[in-house]
Ligand binder design. Sequence first.
Ligand code: GDP
Length: 297
Amino acid sequence: MAFEGLADRLQNTIKKITGRGKVSEQDVKEMTREIRLALLEADVNFKVVKELIGRIKERAVGQEVMESLTPGQQVIKVVKEELTELMGGEQSKIAVSDRPPTVIMMVGLQGAGKTTTTGKLANLLRKKHNRSPLLVACDVYRPAAIKQLETLGSQLDMPVFSMGTEANPVDIAKKAMEKAKEDHHDYVLIDTAGRLHIDTDLMEELEQIKATVQPDEIFLVVDAMTGQDAVNVAESFNELLDITGVVLTKLDGDTRGGAALSIKAVTGKSIKFAGMGEKLDQLEPFHPERMASRILG
Ligand code: GDP
């Protein structure tokens, strides 16, 4: 299960303080030291950890007295609020264009789960929001990618726009927009090409697609299992493309938690969805508060 190690350690740490009727500065110091180690071990970015610990210390020591909670509980409340804030605070919503279709570009490295997530997102938009998305296959470099999206489309009984592997991705995106308007789709989900590493050619192509379709959202799909690499990937994609949100996949695996807890602080962009498995209905809106509760038990 995701965050198991981190959750165990944090829960053990805060257990020591929960019932306390009095929390001394020394207690706070000890607790934050343990939280710091637990977060670093979970592969959370060290700068993020440092700032978080600073805030927890400051708030926990200068706690206002709340009658309903013991001082120990108050300190835990601070930790929970800070973890929630670290992951973006409020749950963020998906954009809706006032001039449909709403266009979402899906970007990310190969293997992160981009194509699968495109299908999952289409499914969620239809199921939960009663929308009718058009899926667009812009990854022309990997023939299997188009096939994969078409297979997902037929499983979902949803149309997939593709022009094979010979066409230029920018042209495909442009034609797809015309098609979506013609057929009255309210969402267009564009599955773009992924590479093993970030490279300039790919980024230029993504920039061109972005300029052509003027997306309402650019979702970067990253694999939670890759920890700080996912954070670095998010930082680079954000610098080059100004992404609007992140989808963190494979949170059903035993990821340590580093990516989930660092991405927002490092990039300023929120995690909007979490992939919880390979199936098409295993995509969930990302709830920072629920996630923090899960970690703290
Ligand atoms: P792409 O190269 O980024 O398009 O990646 P794919 O969509 O082909 O996904 C790569 C692999 O990751 C596939 O085997 C997917 O089934 C798997 N995958 C994607 N999302 C998740 C997830 O949330 N959980 C798990 N366990 N597997 C996932």
